[in-house]
Each structure stands twice: as C-alpha cells, then as structure tokens.
Design a protein around this ligand. Structure first.
Ligand code: GMT
Length: 379
C-alpha cells in the first residue's frame, strides 16, 4: 500500500512510535511517505521505500502567525494526490487529524484516501479539556475513517469526552526487541557509578505531567539509604527547575543531566530502575523500552501505565504523588538481588508481548480493512 504518515517528528513518544511504524511498514514493502516539519529523529540511515516531504511555510507580514497547519494540510493533499496514497495515518489529534480532514476536503470525493488517526495522550487528557479545542479535536476524530488509541485507558477517556460514532481501536505501542535488550556495559557502568552505586534513570520531555519533582524526591529518599546515581535524560520546560532543586539539595555529584540523547537503548540498559511517577501517561513508551532492556519500573498507576507494567511482577506502581512508597519500592528491589533479578527477567518477558511485528500487523490490518470497506462503515 501507499501510506502517508504525519507526526511530531522531532520530539516525543508519538513521533518515535510513528517513525518506527513507518520504518517497519517500509521494511514490509509498503511505500511510506512522511509528511512532516522536520526529519523524524528516529529515522536513522536511508531506508528503501521511505520518502520524506518536509512542510515549509513562508511567513507573510499580514498574517499574525505562521500558517504552518494550513501549509501542512496543503502538503498532505499534494502528496496524497501526486503519489496516489491509499492511507494517511496521522499521530496526535491536533493539528494532524484536523489537517488531514482539510486535506481530504481539498482532494475531493473521488480520491480514495482514507485517514487513520492515532491518539497518543495529552491530545485527549490535556488539550481536549479546553472547551474550544475540544470541538476541533472532535472534528478530527469524527472525520477520520478510523481512530486508534495507544491504551484502553486512553480509549475510555476519549469515549467519555466524545462518545464517538465508531469504536476506537486499541493498538498498544511497541518496541524493537532486538534494539532494546539487556546489554550490560561494565565500562560505562564504572564511569557513571565508580563506587558501585545503584543507577536510577528518568527519561521524558520534562513537562509538568511527568512530575520531575517527584523523581527527585524519590531519588533523595533512596540515596539516604543506599548509594545511588540518577540519570536524567531529555529536555523540557521543567528542566531548569530540576537543576535548581538538585543544586539546592546538594545532589550535583549524584544527578547527571544528560539532555537529549540518541543512544536510548544503551542508556536504559545502564540503569537498575526506571522512575516514571507521571500524573498522566496514556501508555509510557519509555517504560516499555526500559522493560525490554530488563529494567523494572517504579512508577505511578496513572493512565495506561498498568497496562504496560504488571504491578508486583515487572515493576511496582503506586498512586500518583506517593513518593515515600515509590522510594520504599525502589529500595525493596535494589537491596534484594534475588527479587531484583526476578523483576528484571519478568520485565523483559512482559515487553515481548509488545513486539513491533505484532503491532505493525495490527495497523496493517486496519489499513486493509479500511481500503476494502464502505467509507461510512466502522472498521
Ligand atoms: O501526548 C503527549 O503527552 C505527547 C506524547 C509524545 O509525543 O510523547 O506522549 C504520549 O504518547 C506516547 C506515545 O504513544 C505515550 O507513550 C505517552 O504515554 C504519552 N504521554 C502522555 O500521555 C503524557
């Protein structure tokens, strides 16, 4: 099939999922066209069957803002028409689902293009709480030919807000089990933790929903009992606040701010535990990636995290904000190597249920069903 993909290419889990999906589809022989505002950050080297169409927007003095979303819609229509796309799969409701709807309108009724929208998280759990945006998001959802979401939790929240006409299809996120696998690196480990300290890691876009304060609080409590290092990976609005706090709490020697990193699998493999105390988390891709590397998760029970991490088996989950319990949970694993090994092995086993091959087949089957069905029927 000929498949267009639009996503936030340069940032975040939704972009990572969309890019990995595009690569996997191309490897299966589909022709994949990324319609994006930057080269997808997980694309890597040249792939046969993948084409990139970058959206460029000219600014114009009369316009108060750069008309990026309109240019994106026009680009979607242009690529769909020029390459005869069968499917346009957009990730995140705003602006992508709405731009896809506009593109569909531009193409006219005769073009066979079908739109698939995947909801990833804060498009529903945060943005759709705004009454004005909610109506725009509703339009994007209603005018898609199929809507998927990355967890049951996100489906439930979407149903509550929108009561969509067609059922939303659950397709969990996935992980490449070859790339993400336990790979101990004693040399790196000695560099990061020369005195044999435990290594805790948090990776995110440092937004308020990630509760980075809680990450630091958990770490502080752990470090009072057992020598430990904390690796912070990623960037975002709460990063400076975190730096100040680390400084105020005199933890500079034990907290490493690594910023944005490419070698995510290698970094995750270095950690003993992943900390994910989020307030909202529709899925928690980083939890899955850590688990694939054999790293158990200490986190909250928010959103879809319990669909990924089995509490008491591959990680320990606690209601949002209970950092004392999260620290106690972390210590309960770090100080009992037999229990830790059991959790680590279970984490890897659990991750195998979310393999790229299985989930890509689920998306493929949605595309096929869509192409075969009447436009007004649900998939
Ligand atoms: O919705 C967001 O917050 C952004 C999005 C992203 O691009 O990182 O994250 C969401 O999508 C990921 C991929 O499906 C999920 O793993 C994250 O849990 C989800 N983030 C939230 O729900 C906060």
């Amino acid at each position: 099939m000929k498949i267009g993909i639009s996503c936030y290419a340069t940032l975040g889990g939704s972009g990572a999922v969309a890019t990995e999906l595009g690569k996997a589809l191309a490897a299966r022989g589909h022709e994949v066209h990324f319609i994006v505002s930057g080269i997808p950050f997980r694309l890597g080297y040249f792939h046969e069957n993948i084409y990139i169409h970058e959206v460029e927007t000219a600014s114009y003095p009369v316009l108060r803002s750069n008309p990026h979303d309109l240019a994106l819609s026009a680009k979607m229509a242009d690529v769909a028409s020029h390459y005869d796309l069968d499917i346009l799969h957009v990730h995140y409701a705003i602006p992508y689902a709405v731009c896809a709807f506009l593109a569909r309108e531009m193409l006219g009724a005769d073009h066979p293009l079908r739109i698939v929208t995947t909801l990833h998280g804060t498009d529903i759990t945060v943005l759709a709480q705004d009454a004005l945006l909610r109506d725009v998001i509703r339009l994007g959802i209603e005018r898609s030919h199929a809507v998927t979401a990355v967890s049951q939790s996100l489906i439930d929240q979407t149903n509550e807000l929108f009561e969509p006409h067609c059922p939303i299809v659950k397709v969990h996120n996935f992980v490449d089990l070859e790339v993400y696998q336990p790979s101990p690196n004693p040399v790196w480990r000695r560099r990061v933790a020369p005195r044999g300290q435990h290594i805790l890691l948090h990776m995110s876009n440092f937004r308020a929903v990630k509760r980075v304060d809680d990450v630091l609080d958990i770490f502080l409590r752990v470090r009072r009992v057992a020598p430990a290092k904390l690796l912070l990976v990623g960037e975002g609005p709460d990063l400076d606040k975190a730096r100040r706090k680390v400084n105020d709490w005199a933890m500079n020697d034990d907290v490493l701010f690594l910023g944005k990193q490419d070698e995510v699998a290698a970094l995750l493999s270095l950690a003993d535990l992943l900390l994910l105390p989020s307030e909202k988390e529709s899925f928690g891709l980083v939890a899955l990636e850590a688990m694939a590397c054999g790293v158990p998760v200490i986190g909250s029970t928010a959103g879809g995290i319990p669909e990924v991490v089995e509490h008491g088996v591959s990680g320990l989950l606690t209601p949002v904000g209970d950092t004392a319990q999260m620290a106690a949970d972390a210590l309960s694993l770090l100080t009992d190597s037999v229990r830790y090994q059991a959790f680590s092995a279970a984490a890897r086993e659990r991750a195998k249920l979310f393999s790229t091959a299985d989930k890509v087949s689920e998306y493929e089957s949605i595309y096929m069903r869509l192409a075969a069905k009447r436009l007004d029927a649900c998939v």
